[in-house]
Unconditional design. Structure first.
Length: 448
């Protein structure tokens, strides 16, 4: 099975396979409803129209095919690619289809007629993923050339391409003014990108192992990073100059955070400790001990009084910064806690775990308020909107989801063709940055 998609109402699933067929399944019972035959090569990609009335498939036979969902009848075949069609997407209004191919091209088609509207050239390797913006104007494509490209479909113009990392992007953060984004990668580097055009500004290359975590000071002047080389490093954001290296952890650092006043840095590591540092001097203020396994996530309350940490043993712990006292510990996850976040008012904790769930906790007593299920892979990153009403999560299932905190309902914001490792929201909640295992960084205007 090479591809799957779910109907908008969630009642049926369509899969594409190396056996040249698409199969439609009843989601509740698992019963096979129909088999769609017509391709002469492996079916590499499938998508469903927003109204659920038709299915589009892409194949090794170089064609796209559009099928009536209820009957399985072939409506039309779209020819134009000179290589396997590896990715397909449908615009939110259902009027256009976007395809990506091994021929390195992205093509946009009129759904009703099958007419080719435009061909977008620029990738240097096979196109492996495509997506369409909510307003249908912008198309996003990912490729084996390790780039993400953003296209204006109306003008057929390439807007930006983010490329530079040669390894998985493990961490991302956005400056408060939304002017730039910083990413950290398995390639041992941090990279600073211009948010408006995707241009690479700086590459920071002092770490000797994977960069697992990044954070930005509230004034935007300092970048903080944590690495498997056991160090926390502080960088001048404008120049990329290394300001200082904080040494004290005895194992890989997986999490960093900066207090809202910029005076304190917090780090968590595989040595089972959370460490609190003075940002001005780099001096270690205190070491919080009590975890029974590696610390993979940390967050600081907006008033700087509370630290939340998450670990590989599935625990979430709440600490008092001034005294280092453990306030409460909750054990509700059944897998590693990869990410934690605090609401702006400090009353709510959000955590993401290898058990595929996002959990919401009362920060005062550790009471579980809600368990959010929807991801089908480990939840690797979580963030809260500035108003505290929305949770954004990223996962190994290659999706970024937005959750309504009050109702627990979610929607998929973005599908990647690789596991999402990191995400960050800007201070005003308008810009979202994501990093995936293939080394790409994605930038979204959340309002759009």
């Amino acid at each position: 099975v090479e591809a799957v998609a779910v109907s908008p109402d969630g009642r049926w699933i369509v899969s594409g396979s190396e056996d040249h067929t698409l199969k439609v399944w009843d989601a509740a019972s698992g019963r096979l409803l129909r088999s769609l035959e017509g391709h002469t090569g492996s079916v590499e990609a499938v998508a469903v129209s927003p109204d659920g009335r038709w299915i589009v498939s892409g194949s090794e036979d170089h064609t796209l095919k559009v099928w009536e969902a209820d009957s399985g009848r072939l409506l039309r075949s779209l020819a134009g690619h000179s290589g396997s069609v590896t990715a397909v997407a449908v615009s939110p209004d259902g009027r256009t289809i976007v395809s990506g191919s091994a021929d390195r091209m992205v093509k946009v088609w009129e759904a009703d007629s099958g007419r080719l509207l435009c061909s977008l050239a620029g990738h240097m390797d096979r196109v492996t993923a495509v997506a369409v913006s909510p307003d249908g104007r912008f198309t996003f494509s990912g490729s084996g050339d390790r780039t993400l490209k953003v296209w204006d479909v109306v003008s057929e113009r390439l807007l930006r391409s983010l490329e530079g990392h040669t390894g998985a992007v493990k961490a991302a953060a956005v400056s408060l003014d939304r002017h730039w984004i910083v990413s950290g990668s398995n390639d041992h580097t941090l990279k600073v990108w211009d948010a408006s055009n995707g241009r690479l500004r700086l590459s920071l290359e002092e770490h000797t192992e994977w960069v697992n975590a990044v954070a930005v000071s509230p004034d935007g002047r300092t970048i903080v990073s944590g690495s498997s080389d056991c160090t926390v490093k502080m960088w001048e954001a404008a120049s990329g100059r290394l300001l200082r290296s904080l040494e004290g952890h005895t194992d890989g650092v997986h999490a960093v955070a900066v207090s809202s006043d910029g005076r304190t840095i917090v780090s968590g590591a595989d040595d089972r400790t959370v460490k609190v540092w003075d940002a001005a001097s780099g001096r270690l203020l205190r070491s919080l001990e009590g975890h029974t396994s590696g610390v993979h996530a940390v967050a600081v309350s907006s008033d700087g009084r509370t630290i939340v940490s998450g670990t590989a043993d599935g625990a979430v712990r709440v600490w008092e910064v001034a005294s280092g006292r453990l306030q409460c510990s909750v054990d509700g996850h059944k897998g590693w806690v990869n990410a934690v976040a605090l609401s702006p008012d400090g009353r709510t904790i959000v955590s993401g775990s290898n058990d595929c769930t996002v959990k919401v906790w009362d920060a005062s007593d550790g009471r579980l308020l809600r368990s959010l299920a929807g991801h089908t892979g480990s939840v690797t990153a979580v963030a809260l909107s500035p108003d505290g009403r929305t949770i954004v999560s990223g996962s190994y299932d290659r999706t970024v989801r937005a959750w309504d905190l009050a109702s627990g309902e979610s929607r998929v914001l973005f599908w990647s063709n690789a596991a999402i490792f990191s995400l960050a929201l800007s201070g005003d909640g308008q810009l979202l940055a994501c990093g995936d295992v293939s080394g790409r960084v994605w930038i979204f205007d959340v309002v759009a």
